[in-house]
Design a protein around this ligand. Structure first.
Ligand code: ADP
Ligand code: MG
Length: 396
């Protein structure tokens, strides 16, 4: 456990006491994630390669005998207490509870549906939540809170669901209780993560494979450079990219762009307008880059994947057009300072970049990025390293 980890665990425990949780049942946690490569490929039935990070959301749980579930978090005073029997009436409709509570309560609601048990057979609970995952920084604090809650309820209620089923429960909570139309990548990473490994996910079959990253042996660190720029065009831009991909797939006569290989790209040029063509080219080449990254990691090790990360960034900048000046500056400055690869990560239009950096160069890379941001008049970015870590687990 890292120092911050212990801290969030302690804060969750203290909060549980404060809200009067009198018969503690245990403590669980789940991590945030970084996507190493494979951007916007998920909704094209393609491939992604995220890893769980060493920043986690912790839940401390106590039993209660009145059939009521209560959720409380250190980041807000908006607790909610509700009879478990009322959950089916609460969702999927939105806005009846404070938004943050739709994550843990949505997990409880979706778990019951997934496992087929009756609400009246379930024990009431007090759930206290504290986190080290920065919220809204693109590290998926949402999958972390879902994963920690799902792991806890699965154990306490003895539902016996597998981690992949718990990932599905997290996505259902996020899609139908919160109302955010996301894929399942984040939840799979939060549930299945392993030390120094990535989760290679086929978004069509949902088959997940643990792939050794070998960052530790290669003395490589992943530096997160959070631009602090909120995704102001994210909703519109995301929808527009999705429609382009659907249009491109129709023009090519396939059900999803996943069904195309790089050899098909030349043919695409004649079948669609120039912008759609570039959108298609990003998805098709990005899928190939995920496959190449997995192959390269296995054959040559982490030191050899830098160029794939860089071409991924160039493709998002030039073909998919979802980067911004701050992200390009972060990538260029990190490369200039000795990173072996760098790319924006997440949906784009803001958020964070990652750089794969030899450990001895992390400090100088951070200095170089900070200087480049200052020279361009950008707000100073937030920077920290992350380590590929374990998925959801019981801690106590
Ligand atoms: P991201 O997943 O990139 O951090 P999201 O908007 O998907 O951003 O999810 C963030 C939301 O998840 C927060 O606005 C809040 O509603 C909820 N959330 C995450 N962590 C916590 C926490 N520790 N306590 C309460 N709510 C949280
Ligand atoms: Mg999220």
């Amino acid at each position: 456990m890292s120092a911050t980890d212990t801290d969030a665990a302690a804060r969750a425990g203290a909060l549980l006491q404060r809200i009067g949780g009198s018969s503690p049942l245990g403590e669980w946690s789940a991590p945030g994630r970084v996507n190493l490569i494979g951007e916007h490929t998920d909704y094209n039935d393609g491939f992604v390669l995220p890893f769980a990070i060493d920043r986690r959301t912790h839940v401390a749980v106590a039993g209660r005998d009145d059939g009521v579930i209560r959720v409380a978090s250190t980041v807000t005073r908006d607790d909610v207490e509700i009879p478990l029997a009322d959950l089916p009436a609460l969702f999927p409709s939105r806005g009846r509870v404070p938004e943050w509570t739709a994550y843990p309560l949505g997990v409880a609601w979706a778990l019951v549906a997934e496992s087929g048990v009756e609400h009246r057979d379930l024990r009431g609970l007090d759930i206290a939540i504290a986190s080290d995952v920065p919220v809204g920084a693109g590290l998926s604090s949402s999958a972390a809170i879902e994963g920690a809650t799902a792991a806890a309820l699965n154990d306490v209620w003895e539902l016996g669901l597998e981690p992949t089923a718990l990932a599905r429960v997290g996505r259902t909570a996020e899609n139908d209780a919160v109302g955010a139309p996301t894929g399942i990548m984040d939840q799979m990473a939060a549930m299945l993560g392993r030390t120094d490994a990535g989760i290679f996910l086929d978004c069509r079959s949902l088959e997940a494979t643990v792939v050794d990253l070998g960052f530790a042996a290669a003395q490589l660190d992943v530096l997160v450079i959070d631009t602090g720029v909120k995704h102001s065009h994210a909703t519109g831009g995301y929808g527009e990219r999705r429609s382009s991909c659907e249009r491109g797939a129709r023009a090519m006569g396939v059900s999803a762009l996943r069904d195309l290989g790089v050899d098909d790209i030349a043919r695409a040029a004649d079948l669609m307008d120039e912008v759609t063509y570039r959108r298609v080219r990003h998805i098709v080449t990005e899928n190939q880059r995920v496959l190449d990254t997995v192959r390269t990691l296995r054959a040559q090790g982490a030191g050899a994947i830098g160029d794939l990360l860089l071409s991924s960034h160039a493709s998002m900048r030039d073909d998919f057009e979802i980067s911004i000046a701050e992200l390009d500056t972060a990538v260029d400055a990190a490369m200039g300072a000795g990173a072996i690869g760098a790319r924006m990560t997440g949906g784009g239009f803001g958020g964070a970049a990652i750089a794969l950096v030899p450990r001895v160069r992390v400090a100088s890379t951070m200095d170089a990025v900070a200087a480049a941001f200052a020279a361009s008049g950008f707000r100073a970015p937030t920077m920290f390293t992350v380590t590929p870590s374990e998925g959801a687990r019981r801690d106590a």
